[in-house]
Design a protein around this ligand. Sequence first.
Ligand code: NI
Length: 183
Amino acid sequence: MAILPITVYGDKVLRQKAAPIDQIDDKTIALIRSMFETMHNAYGIGLAANQVASTKSLFIVDLSVMDEYKKEKPITLINPVILDISEETEVMEEGCLSLPNLRADVERPAIIKVKYLDTDENEQIMEADGLLARVILHEYDHLMGKMIPDRVDAKTRKKLQKKLNNIIARKEEIDYPIMQRKL
Ligand code: NI
């Protein structure tokens, strides 16, 4: 296990679509363990593989760092597919470990159904709402090469631009390791 450097906005790997995993081997399990260590170290609640420079189709979620979600178990979603989304949407403020010091309101479907493989290669289908649905959709976006700035309107995006430029130039102060060379 290791704390891995997190890729930041501007790195091309964050724009790449993830490739499905055909075998959950020891290397994949080691990657997942390191991703949890990396995410916990940065106090994140979700992390996608391309945020640690892997193009594999997987992400992890752990809401238990938040007081209201203490009892939630960590989840690993491999080759996830969103099966259904509600018409009803919700707006919530989001952050992202690859967008340090940036926060923005994002509108997303309120309820979702997702299919994925767990680490034992069993197919799981989960319905989620609230924060869990939000984090899953945010991380799923990462696997599609999408990030928060792609989910806000042009006006909001313009407001974020200065911050985005700082992140690209790695000028933001961050208290967790980020990828120092541009990927
Ligand atoms: Ni993110």
